[in-house]
Design a protein. Structure first.
Length: 118
């Protein structure tokens, strides 16, 4: 659970920094762009770690199912953000992309450490 708290703290701190640099009008888009990747990676990491520690052979099946679920989740999330919430595209897409890449890189590094016995 410590990695999830660290990812959340780093995400919120960097979002506050981005808002301070970009200005207040982009605050909503920056935070909403961060939210979905943070939630997806946090849930994914917790499930991955628990599954690997209990039964490593089930991990491939879990990850394949999670991949499909995340595709649906992200598609729906982005659709809702543009069609219903009405976020401004440029700050939202920049934030979403940056957090998506950074958080999934973090999860990959955590998995590498987990699989190496750390």
């Amino acid at each position: 659970m410590k990695p999830v708290a660290s990812m959340a703290a780093a995400s919120f701190a960097s979002a506050l920094l981005a808002v301070a640099i970009a200005g207040g009008p982009s605050a909503v888009e920056v935070l909403l762009g961060m939210l979905a990747p943070l939630v997806a990676v946090s849930v994914s990491w917790v499930l991955t770690e628990r599954t690997y520690r209990r039964d490593p052979q089930r991990l491939n099946r879990l990850m394949l199912g999670a991949f499909g679920a995340k595709m649906l989740f992200f598609g729906a999330y982005v659709g809702v953000m543009f069609q219903i919430v009405g976020v401004r595209p440029v700050p939202f897409v920049l934030s979403f992309t940056a957090y998506f890449v950074a958080l999934y890189l973090t999860e990959a590094l955590l998995m590498r450490r987990l699989f190496a016995g750390g």
